[in-house]
Design a protein around this ligand. Structure first.
Ligand code: NAD
Length: 417
């Protein structure tokens, strides 16, 4: 099943469960607009290369299309479409006034020089400039795209419209119109959702163990916040390997070692870490623990390994870390999965805050950002849990239903076609 077919299957299940108006479902089945671009780039050696890119604008009932731009050699149109539909669902779950979009370029950015990357990003921006804008479509970073790339795109778009327009894109560096709190937003949002889950299920941080796959932006900050709450972080993993310890890890200490030596696995054998052992990634997701946080890649839990998962709760900070077969098995086993479109929506929420500050010429303090994020994440959890109970379904389907209820309200207002 392709990623797009997966996404449609999830949407269809939610639509059937809540008896969504079939006409609205038909509208949601395809993005409203897809743009394909071919970007000529002068390479450092004087040759010319033409790169293919996309922007998929799935839905804008609630506000401008919103979603990241991915640079990866495996980007394809189906993936971009699926991710754009997911963004409609994500902005819907948290109820921010934005829709769903996603973009991508087929490229391995690690093979480009800084100059080539800049020319590629500016070329892409010029080609999509006619269909983006701070009231139209507001991109953001995604896999392999950075604050610097967002600044180049903002700059190129501003030249196109003849006016500095910081609100055309989010995820910019702080000094170029970015928001405080964006770096930690995804993990912080996941933490707030876990707070509500703990409250509902009576999880005591002092006696609960957590294992975290992925130790990048989302995974490291989540590990740090979990420790601050008193959870024991007993397993950490990055792309080079996995470490486990009965006595637990201090995430900042592990980060120092990873920064200096390349991976979390370099902790093994260091003084003070005598009980640390490494294990395979297969063993890692099957570890004995209360909470498993997935903060790395797609398709980590599938029909092949779901049966062996021992965690009671799973928090999906990554997008799509559990495939549909894995999901069905976990449901059968009674594992409660907090789905990506709720658990990692803190990121897009603070992106929306950045856009809001840009278009209204405001600057919020870190405390203001945090206060607003807390309320949105807590309220979203409650809405999803209510739908879960009302429709006797999983948190995943309930999250899709929550998003669709908002679309349905806007649809019924009759302003959309
Ligand atoms: P990142 O690149 O900073 O970190 C990814 C981490 O995963 C790295 O530590 C990497 O070593 C590790 N990893 C890669 N392959 C692995 C494997 N096979 N096993 C274990 N670890 C592996 O990325 P990030 O920003 O932290 O994003 C992680 C996930 O969260 C992605 O799915 C991303 O789409 C999602 N997400 C991130 C944000 C955000 O704001 N950062 C927002 C929403 C969703």
């Amino acid at each position: 099943m392709s990623l797009y077919e997966n996404t449609l299957a999830q949407m269809k299940k939610a639509a059937d469960t809540m008896s969504l108006d079939p006409e609205l479902y038909a509208v949601l089945e395809e993005p409203m607009r897809i743009v394909e671009v071919h970007i000529p780039v002068r390479m450092d050696d004087g040759s010319l290369k033409v790169f293919t890119g996309y922007r998929s604008q799935h839905n804008n009932f609630a506000g401008p299309f919103k979603g990241g731009i991915r640079y990866h050699q495996q980007v394809d149109l189906g993936e971009v479409k699926a991710l754009s539909a997911w963004m409609t669902m994500k902005t819907g779950v948290v109820g921010i006034p934005m829709g769903g979009g996603k973009g991508g370029i087929i490229v391995n950015p690690k093979e480009l020089s800084e100059g080539e990357l800049e020319r590629l990003s500016r070329g892409y921006a010029r080609l999509i400039a006619p269909v983006i804008g701070d009231q139209v479509d507001v991109p953001a970073p995604d896999v392999n795209t950075t604050g610097q790339i967002m600044s180049w795109i903002k700059d190129e778009y501003s030249k196109f419209v003849g006016k500095e327009t910081p609100g055309v894109i989010t995820g910019k560096p702080l000094e170029d119109g970015g928001s405080l709190g964006r770096n930690t937003a995804t993990a912080q949002g996941g933490m707030y959702v876990l707070d509500k889950l703990a409250e509902e299920k009576g999880i005591d941080p002092a006696s609960a163990s957590v294992v975290i796959q992925g130790f990048g932006n989302a995974g490291h900050f989540m590990a740090k916040m979990l420790r601050e709450k008193g959870y024991a972080v007993k397993g950490l993993a990055d792309s080079r390997g996995c470490i486990v310890s009965d006595s637990g890890f201090e995430p900042d200490e592990v980060l120092e070692i990873k920064k200096a030596e390349g991976s979390v696995v370099n902790v093994e054998g260091k003084p003070g870490y005598e009980d640390v052992r490494t294990c395979s990634s297969g063993e890692f997701v099957e570890m004995e623990c209360d909470i498993l946080v997935l903060a790395a890649l797609e398709n980590q839990i599938t029909g092949e390994n779901a049966e062996n998962v021992k965690a009671k709760y799973i928090i999906e900070l990554a997008n799509g870390p559990i495939n549909p077969e894995g999901d069905a098995i976990l449901q059968e086993k009674g594992v409660l999965v907090v789905p990506d479109i709720l658990a990692n929506a803190g990121g897009v929420t603070v992106s929306y805050f950045e856009w809001h500050q840009n278009v209204n010429d405001e600057k919020w303090t870190a405390e203001e950002v945090d206060e607003k994020l807390t309320k949105i994440m807590y309220d979203s959890y409650v809405k999803v849990a209510e739908n879960r109970d009302k429709y006797s379904c999983t948190m995943r389907i309930a999250a899709f239903i929550t998003a669709m209820q908002r679309l349905d309200t806007l649809w019924k207002e009759g302003k959309k076609i």
